[in-house]
Design a protein around this ligand. Structure first.
Ligand code: GLV
Length: 322
């Protein structure tokens, strides 16, 4: 029987052609929930991103062997449920590391130097004389960067910070990152110390029950009044209401955000009224090159997992041990 794969996100044509060499492809629009579920019920594998996959959606997907997400994050899945059903979950952790670290640094620079706010000010025709203190920002180079979660992307941010901007790097992580300590002078500290000492606090943790809401009113209060919060991980790691409050009351200086509690961010969000917020539409890995590499990587993960030859990029390795 021909293998069937459900693609629930548009794929680059060469990636789709690669998949067609190995299986029949069924393209579905995940917004059409019933059609998506019906397609899953009749598939061996699925590839896509940015759609919440709940247990009830795959209740009757008895043939389904592999979900391949075109993302590093896998918080859209109930991993324990997939494992129980014997479905392998694969992701794309390595190919997006550098582009995502670039996005983090864009947020750091844009927030510190008020790039977006001042560019808009110029476009509105306000630049009438040489600028004064009202347009000043704060330095990035030589400052202290606190990275909460020093994994792959955190490490790439640390490299930019230490080698490019001569920043001091503090970090929290479950385990020590010896390479970052050796190569970038990164120092592992408790979260409280990181919050108290950093000029930029940068969240690089995956969204899990432990990290959900880990930055709330208390944590924001511990930060310097001059500090800037950067979040390009997942929105719910921060209590957004507490963040809005902190930004409105100068508890912290500014925030650079690529992710939000609810995405797309509502047009009437108070965040969009604040000059000290740079808000991006979750562009972390969104370059032509990286998104293509991710789709390719996810397609190869999917076929290799169906063939039983995949050895890396597997979220729930336990399934293979059965
Ligand atoms: C993007 O947010 C990803 O998880 O790849």
């Amino acid at each position: 029987m021909t293998r069937k794969i459900v693609a629930y996100k548009a794929l680059p044509s060469d990636v789709e052609a690669y998949l067609r060499e190995h299986a029949e492809i069924v393209n579905v629009d995940a917004k059409d929930h019933d059609a998506f579920v019906a397609a899953l019920n009749d598939a061996d594998g699925a590839i896509g991103a940015s759609v919440k996959i709940t247990p009830d959606m795959i209740e009757n997907a008895t043939r389904l062997k592999v979900f391949s997400t075109i993302s590093v994050g896998f918080d859209q899945f109930d991993v324990a449920d997939l494992t129980r059903r014997g479905i392998v979950l694969t992701h794309t952790p390595d190919v997006l590391t550098e582009s995502t670290a670039d996005t983090v640094f864009a947020l750091i620079l844009a927030s510190a130097r008020r790039v977006v706010e001042l560019a808009e000010w110029v476009k509105e025709g306000n630049w009438k004389a040489s600028i004064g203190e009202a347009c000043f920002g704060v330095d990035v180079q030589g400052k202290t960067l606190g990275i909460v979660g020093l994994g792959r992307i955190g490490g790439a941010v640390a490299r930019r910070a230490a080698l490019g901007f001569r920043m001091n790097v503090l970090y929290t992580n479950r385990n020590a990152n010896e390479q970052a300590e050796r190569d970038f002078g990164a120092r592992r500290v408790e979260l409280d110390e990181l919050l108290e000492r950093s000029d930029f606090v940068c969240l690089q943790v995956p969204l899990t029950p432990e990290t959900r809401g880990m930055i709330g009113a208390n944590e924001l209060k511990k930060m310097k009044r001059s500090a800037i919060l950067i979040n390009a991980s997942r929105g719910p790691t921060v209590d957004e209401a507490a963040l809005i409050d902190a930004l409105q009351n100068d508890t912290i200086r500014a925030a650079g955000l690529d992710v939000f509690e609810h995405e797309p961010l509502a047009a009437d969000s108070p965040l969009l009224k604040l000059k000290n917020v740079v808000a991006l539409p979750h562009i972390g890995s969104a370059t032509h090159e990286t998104r293509h590499a991710m789709a390719r990587n996810a397609a190869e993960n999917l076929i290799a997992a169906l063939d039983g030859t995949l050895t890396n990029n597997i979220v729930n390795r336990e399934v293979l041990a059965r």
